[in-house]
Ligand binder design. Structure first.
Ligand SMILES: [Zn+2]
Length: 236
């Protein structure tokens, strides 16, 4: 079992990396399931990811209540995390962000985000779009209740990514390193797909190519090399 202190340190690094790689700005959050208590998750109090430190990390139950409440402000969209950890026992880490590169795919019916480069194979074959309005009517688009969270988790299904109409996306994975890699290459693929679009038909990865490339990029050799690079660039 992973050492909880190492996991917390890694979660801080994940926040810094995603901020530094321009996936997250003032908003967005990263969480991990508690390594020893699967009915809890760990996430920062409400701070911009670039500023998160070990002292900001708090534990929550899967209904998103803080285990040791204090006077710190909390992220309003905690239900994204609690509801997905409840629905998907396999998920160990979650990123929610409002990446500008991904947003066009959340609002255009004629644009489907699909992996077209080997390094982005890990985003998976299917990227469903969730529209909060379908079930909840007009809202401020944020996932603020467990009902919202459950509906989002249902749309995510067994996929790795769910796009959120006019809002952003949520990415899940088996480890904190994998969720960071998947989130970074989701934005890279999104940007490149838009850049390629004016030149005609795009050749996307086949299902088998997606499997083989994901295996390669999630291997420990590839992952540790990328993690060291991103962490160093982020100043950690
Ligand atoms: Zn959001």
């Amino acid at each position: 079992m992973s050492n909880p202190d190492d996991c917390r340190a890694k979660l801080v690094v994940a926040n810094r990396i995603l901020a530094h790689e321009n996936v997250m700005d003032a908003y967005g959050h990263v969480s991990m399931r508690h390594p020893d208590q699967p009915d809890r998750f760990i996430m920062s109090c409400s701070r911009s990811p670039e500023l998160v430190t070990l002292d900001d990390l708090m534990e929550f139950d899967l209904d998103c209540n803080p285990v040791a409440p204090d006077d710190r402000r909390l992220y309003g969209e905690r239900p994204i995390h609690g509801a997905i950890y409840k629905a998907r026992p396999d998920v160990q880490a979650i990123v929610h962000n409002h990446s500008h590169d991904v947003l066009p795919y959340t609002v255009s019916r004629n644009l489907a985000l699909r992996p077209m480069i080997h390094s982005a194979a890990c985003i998976g074959h299917e990227l469903p779009v969730w529209d909060i309005r379908s079930r909840f009517g007009d809202t401020n688009l944020l996932v603020l209740t467990m009902d919202h969270g459950r509906d989002l988790a249902q749309r995510l299904g067994s996929n790795a990514v769910v796009l959120m109409r006019g809002h952003g996306c949520t990415v899940v994975a088996d480890t904190i390193e994998q969720v960071v890699m998947r989130t970074i290459y989701l934005t890279v693929n999104a940007k490149l797909q838009l850049a390629t679009l004016p030149y005609g038909d795009i050749t996307f990865l086949s299902e088998r190519e997606i499997e083989l490339s994901s295996e390669l990029h999630f291997s420990s050799v590839s992952m540790s090399r990328a993690w060291e690079y991103w962490a160093r660039r982020s100043g950690m």
